[in-house]
Design a protein around this ligand. Structure first.
Ligand code: NAD
Length: 488
């Protein structure tokens, strides 16, 4: 790590680890104590060019490699990921700040994508129909798209990159990964292990940086497909730029996830689920619940025990204190942004039911901490309800009916998750049918789909047609070819 601190994180191009000579660097922090633990080189078009050239050269050999051999490398990769599971989880905690338990959960989810990708021989099968006309048979095969790029956010340093490259490469594509400049270290380790698993040079490449690299990837003529995960404005920009340059794009954006609580919801269960959903990963999750829409007297049943539970929660340095229930947010700059939202909630007239500001962590006073925060009496026109805060802040809207609750959810321009807490099956059915979000939780606070289902954001939470993961992931990274044959 010493090297990465002084010289900047290495790039991986054509099977070689190299430096980005002359590139400016940005600091990578340990959010638990505010120290600088590495520096990210802010690469540009020339490094992207090198990576794309390597990926292009590797493509013919890799796409012609039998699918069972490609899958076999991923089987070895699963084994390596398992044997480095703890190391990877600690790395995630160190550069992101989430608790070790949360980091382990996210690495586990990432490994599940690799396990899923190992099923490629079955998942890549096409269809066939004999005698579609006299003497003519027809079939489809799936071929790789070509050189694919992945651009990822800071909040899941292992899991989100792993949503992309395992499926892309097992389909026979080659890949260029650009992780978030805030959390490059886990990605480096993931690529080192892939190399150790026996992946041929050039199949996987890694570049670092920010806007310049992203724009170079979106416009480079050698790239055929772009997978993006991050905030909605950047997702829209990536989608528009890369599709205008002839690429296939899947771009997952930000979120504002509503949770409707009916009066018949079990209070203890609901409080537990809210804590996990709103304050897990310090709220830095695209599936985090951030607005609770209570119906009738549900607020009175849930808010007091929720506040009491949060009062007992320990905020602390996740990299050294196993007793910390919630860690810091990722950077000082992000902490300031979340503070700005709390100020806006106050000036818009919401009532601050629990104030997380001023939380004290004497052990590491320079970490980026905010305690769990709740606004009551919020409304749909407030900024704290409309915009993604991405921090440990819950806004509560009080309503009188399920209909009003669904209407509140559907006013959000986003569409990742929507959650209902209830004991009533009919209400659950109505909610699922009418809510305008792609991932629905019924008594599940974080309805994040597992690897074999699509990560199915709607509205302003997704730009594109084929989602990440699941069969849609395989469809995204392949092109279908239909063949009609007649043999005299
Ligand atoms: P971000 O949009 O700031 O950055 C994402 C990526 O885009 C990074 O690699 C970054 O370097 C690059 N980037 C940033 N600004 C850019 C610009 N102006 N032009 C070109 N590229 C740019 O997102 P973040 O802060 O790293 O991550 C948090 C966001 O990601 C949240 O909005 C969260 O909801 C979202 N997210 C969404 C999902 C999902 O599945 N929908 C999953 C995880 C995170």
């Amino acid at each position: 790590m010493g090297d990465q601190e002084s010289n900047g994180c290495p790039l991986f191009i054509g099977g070689n680890w190299t430096g980005a000579a002359g590139a400016a660097t940005e600091p990578v922090f340990n959010p638990s104590d505010g120290s600088v633990i590495a520096r990210t080189p802010m690469c540009g078009a020339s490094e992207v060019d090198d990576a794309v050239r390597a990926a292009t050269e590797a493509l013919p050999g890799w796409s012609a490699t039998p699918v069972v051999d490609r899958a076999r490398i991923l089987f070895r990769y699963v084994h390596l990921l398992e044997s480095h599971f703890e190391e990877l989880s600690r790395l995630v905690t160190r550069e992101h700040g989430k608790t070790l338990e949360e980091a382990r959960g996210s690495v586990r989810r990432g490994i599940e994508v690799v396990e899923f990708a190992c099923g490629a021989p079955t998942l890549l099968m096409g269809d066939a129909l004999e005698e579609i006309a006299s003497g003519i048979d027809c079939d489809t095969i799936r071929q790789p798209v070509g050189v694919c790029a992945g651009i990822t956010p800071f909040n899941f340093p292992a899991m989100v990159p792993m949503w992309m490259y395992p499926i892309a490469i097992v389909c026979g594509n080659t890949f260029v990964l650009k992780p978030s400049e805030k959390v490059p270290l886990t990605a480096i380790r993931l690529v080192e292990l892939l190399q150790e698993a026996g992946l041929p040079p050039g199949v996987m490449n890694l570049v670092h940086g920010g806007v310049d690299v992203v724009n170079a990837l979106c416009t480079h003529p050698g790239i055929d497909a772009v997978s993006f995960v991050g905030s909605s404005p950047v997702a829209r920009h990536v989608y528009q730029t890369a599709t205008a340059h002839g690429k296939r794009v899947q771009a997952a954006g930000g979120a504002k996830n509503y949770m409707v609580i009916l009066p018949d919801a079990d209070p203890d269960f609901t409080v537990d689920a809210l804590i996990g959903s709103v304050y897990g990963c310090a709220g830095e999750r695209c599936m985090a619940g951030s607005v609770a829409v209570t119906v009738d007297d549900a607020a009175g049943r849930v808010l007091p025990p929720l506040r009491e539970a949060l009062d007992g929660m320990k905020v602390g340095p996740t990299d050294r204190d196993p007793g910390a229930d919630m860690g810091p947010v990722v950077t000082r700059q992000h902490l300031d942004k979340v503070h700005g939202y709390i100020a806006s909630g106050l000036s818009d007239g919401a009532s601050l039911y629990r104030d997380g500001r001023g939380v004290e962590v004497p052990e590491t006073p320079d970490g980026f901490y905010l305690g769990p925060t709740i606004f009551d009496e919020a409304s749909t026109n407030m900024k704290i309800v409309r915009e993604e805060i991405f921090g440990p802040v819950l806004s509560v809207i009080r309503t009188d009916s399920l209909d009003e609750g669904i209407e509140a959810c559907n006013q959000s321009g986003f569409g990742n998750a929507a959650v209902l807490f209830t004991g009533d099956g009919k209400a659950a059915r109505t909610f699922r049918n009418r809510v305008s979000a792609g991932m629905v939780g019924i008594n599940v606070g974080v309805p994040a789909p597992m690897a074999f289902f699509p990560f199915s954001g709607w509205n302003g939470s997704f730009f594109g047609d084929l989602h990440i993961q699941g069969k849609e992931g395989f469809a995204f990274y392949t092109r279908q070819k239909v063949t009609m044959s007649r043999w005299a």
